[in-house]
Design a protein around this ligand. Structure first.
Ligand SMILES: Cc1ncc(COP(=O)(O)O)c(C=O)c1O
Length: 352
């Protein structure tokens, strides 16, 4: 198998910068963004703020840091955020809201990551010294564990109105907001308008090597800059990486539709296979979860066998995850699927 082509569908974070992006990074004008300003970081911050229809933005190293700065901006120690039970901030960030900011999380169980407005009624603590103070409503869009779900816009609009009516802050984890933009045809500013702050990642489907942004009101972003420094996220000549992010924002957004088509192609094979079942379907963006049905072969073992056949998928919470991205072509998706089907056929023929 030494010469087998490796097809990596573990995540949309595995992309490497293309030649034009690398050139933009190499030629970026830079400064010290901690002492005062890096001009390329400033350009990126202005561009992403404008795209989302917000006053200002802050460039940070990761989506996790953008999220954790948002928690700290909106909540003090002893206050509470409400989020969906499989959202990234709850599931995959080590409970950092508690570790870093002394904040409590209340989880509501969604359908494919989608919460209904009625679920929030009764979730807010009464104003009583026995309870934490509920401060923040947290929505993930697209929803990763939900299956790359695009949040229904009208539902979010209702939740936003409800939260604003109760003086609660709203944050959107938009690590994959641009996948939602492309899939829904709604502008990033429309989505962002429902929230006080939004985090977006450049290093996922957009194909930049590093970087995320937190976007919101100017005064809040000035405060966010203090929190970024506290969390160790002040970066000096960060224009080098900001240039990659800016290139991604300017050139790669529309191309996300091709990733969605590749994910739909994977979903079709899953639907047609007697041995597989789609989890959290239908597929709306670039993430596909599925499980094995009626075979002795387990999901972890299938992932191992695929790895040996040069196809890399992730075993997540008893399911298998495939994420499409710009560095895997439709032809490579077809190759990966034929290897998958062959392994399943062998397993069904030999009983495992
Ligand atoms: C929805 C969501 N939010 C936040 C993050 C965190 O991003 P990072 O890995 O850059 O910290 C991820 C990472 O996969 C994610 O899927």
């Amino acid at each position: 198998m030494g010469s087998t082509e490796i097809i990596d569908l573990r995540s949309d974070t595995v992309t490497v910068p293309c030649a034009a992006m690398r050139r933009a990074m190499a030629e970026a004008e830079v400064g010290d963004d901690v002492i005062d300003v890096d001009p390329t970081v400033a350009r990126l911050e202005a561009a992403i703020a404008e795209r989302l229809g917000k006053e200002a933005a802050l460039f940070v190293p990761s989506g996790t840091m953008a999220n954790q700065i948002a928690v700290r901006l909106h909540c003090r120690a002893g206050e509470e955020l409400i989020c969906e039970s499989t959202s990234h901030v709850y599931f995959f960030e080590q409970g950092a809201y508690a570790q870093l900011s002394g904040v409590v999380a209340k989880t509501l169980v969604g359908d494919r990551g989608v919460l209904e407005p009625e679920q929030f009624e009764g979730a807010v603590w009464p104003n009583d010294e026995h309870f934490p103070r509920t401060r923040l409503v947290w929505i993930e869009n697209t929803h990763n564990m939900g299956g790359g779900t695009v949040q229904p816009f009208d539902t979010l609009a209702q939740i936003s109105r409800w939260a604003r009516g109760r003086n609660l802050a709203l944050h959107m984890d938009g690590a994959r907001l641009f996948n939602a933009v492309v899939a829904s045809g709604r502008g990033a500013d429309e989505w962002a308008g429902l929230f006080d702050t939004v985090s977006v990642c450049f290093s996922k489907g957009l194909g930049a090597p590093v970087g995320s942004a937190l976007v919101g009101p100017r005064e809040m972003m000035a405060e966010a800059r203090r929190h970024r420094k506290l969390f160790g996220g002040g970066m000096r000549q960060a224009g080098i990486i900001a240039a990659g992010a800016l290139y991604a924002l300017e050139h790669h957004v529309a191309e996300l539709e091709a990733d969605h088509a590749k994910a739909r192609r994977i979903a079709r094979t899953v639907a047609e296979s007697p041995h597989l079942a789609l989890v959290n379907g239908p597929v709306e963006t670039n993430i596909v979860y599925f499980r094995i049905e009626g075979l002795a072969l387990g999901a972890a073992e299938l992932v191992d066998r695929l790895e040996q056949a040069g196809v890399r998928l992730l075993f997540v919470d008893e399911t298998i995850r495939a994420v499409t991205h710009r560095d895997v072509s439709m032809a490579q998706v077809e190759t990966a699927l034929s290897r998958l089907v062959r392994i399943l056929d062998d397993a069904s023929r030999w009983g495992r």
